[in-house]
Design a protein around this ligand. Sequence first.
Ligand SMILES: CC(C)(COP(=O)(O)OP(=O)(O)OC[C@H]1O[C@@H](n2cnc3c(N)ncnc32)[C@H](O)[C@@H]1OP(=O)(O)O)[C@@H](O)C(=O)NCCC(=O)NCCS
Length: 435
Amino acid sequence: MGMNGSPPRGRRAAVVAGLRTPFVKAGTDFKDLSAVDLGALVVNELVVRSGVAPKEFDSVVFGQVIPSTTVTLIGREMVLRTQLPRSVQAHTVSRACATSIQTTTDAADQIQLGHSDVAISGGAEATSDAPIFASRSLAHALVDLSRAKSLSDRARILSRLRPRDFTPVPPALKEPTTGLTMGESAEIMAQKNGISREAQDELAAKSHARASAAWAAGHFDAEVMHVAVPPRYERTSTKDNVVRGDTTVQALAQLKPVFDRKYGTITAGNASPLTDGAAALVLMSEEKARSLGMAPLGFVRAYAYAALDPKDQLLQGPAYAAPVALDRAGLTLADMDLVDMHEAFAVQVLSNLQLFASKSFAEKELGRPAPLGEVNPSKLNVNGGSIALGHPFAATGARMILQTLRELGRRKGQYALLTVCAAGALGAALVLERE
Ligand SMILES: CC(C)(COP(=O)(O)OP(=O)(O)OC[C@H]1O[C@@H](n2cnc3c(N)ncnc32)[C@H](O)[C@@H]1OP(=O)(O)O)[C@@H](O)C(=O)NCCC(=O)NCCS
């Protein structure tokens, strides 16, 4: 930080290019692809389209949220499975749904420090490829069997097993400390914050309308690659398949609540869906970009991460992180030309907006004299958010950065604030600038 709260004007980290796959509902077009497959597709294509020679790259920071049991280091695989030179070092990070915000701030930090000149940041998620675990007893028996010396040893080990030990254990989207799923925690937020089903459905309908209009206007054409669909490769996935241009508040009102069937407000329509996809960015030092003749899409100006107790309102992290990121940027909410808030659930967006504008939250929780303020709806998620576009966990941050910077360019705007809530009651906020 500079003396007066503004960032040091040393080496700035520029985002010069970005790309994503279409985001598709789990179990559809990408069901035969792993996160590594999806990541490699997008990194490969991004490197080609960026026009940056592979030898210029020095690092990759990449993530996936659902761990793979067969590939433990997706970051390095993004080098080994693409045209990047083997000498490009790489690492993997996870910050749940804020993973590719983290990969981007990691890459930007390394650039600012002078440790890196040209980096790739991104994430991939294959929710269709979630590992199914064996029970502990079956796992222990299998390990013991591999060490058994005699037939009678083997027979004894196998005789320990009961039919229930063979039941597969599916992965859970549960918060380990509270035992609640994201959706259940979001229902608590709806109740505590007095957010109605109608308000949630309205936000969801707007997300679909805006995403669908953005596709129709061609805004996404240059940021979404096409993917030939395995195993036959006869079809090509060219667009997000979650977006429904015909979504209406009336149609959404018909859907049944899923996480609290009796009194709940959250439905398949006002929650982000389980999604497969990948997104990646090319970051460079400003000088490197200029020397290669590249026009930056924009720059990382400041960021902040925050956390609260998962027992409280799980997805309120953005309301804690955003004021710090704006302070670090030396800017206010009013300076922002765009605000892009990840939509895990409509209720989480509405809850965070409530806190952005709350004087008592600012005073009591943040110790600040004034709230951030109201977000102008005409600046918020203008091309749709995760409810309509989908949410492949680790890819969402990079999708938001790319989408926002390109929109900032179309509007000739200067600043944007991005926020993401994440498991563990984490929040991320990023301030981007153009020029
Ligand atoms: C909410 C959730 C359980 C719904 O899953 P699902 O039941 O497989 O959802 P579907 O896509 O089958 O939708 C259910 C129904 O709603 C309908 N629907 C969904 N979106 C709609 C829309 N925008 N307009 C109209 N109808 C819609 C579907 O057509 C479907 O109807 P049908 O049963 O008649 O076919 C799942 O998406 C989920 O777990 N989401 C939360 C993920 C999460 O935790 N995200 C946060 C991470 S930070």
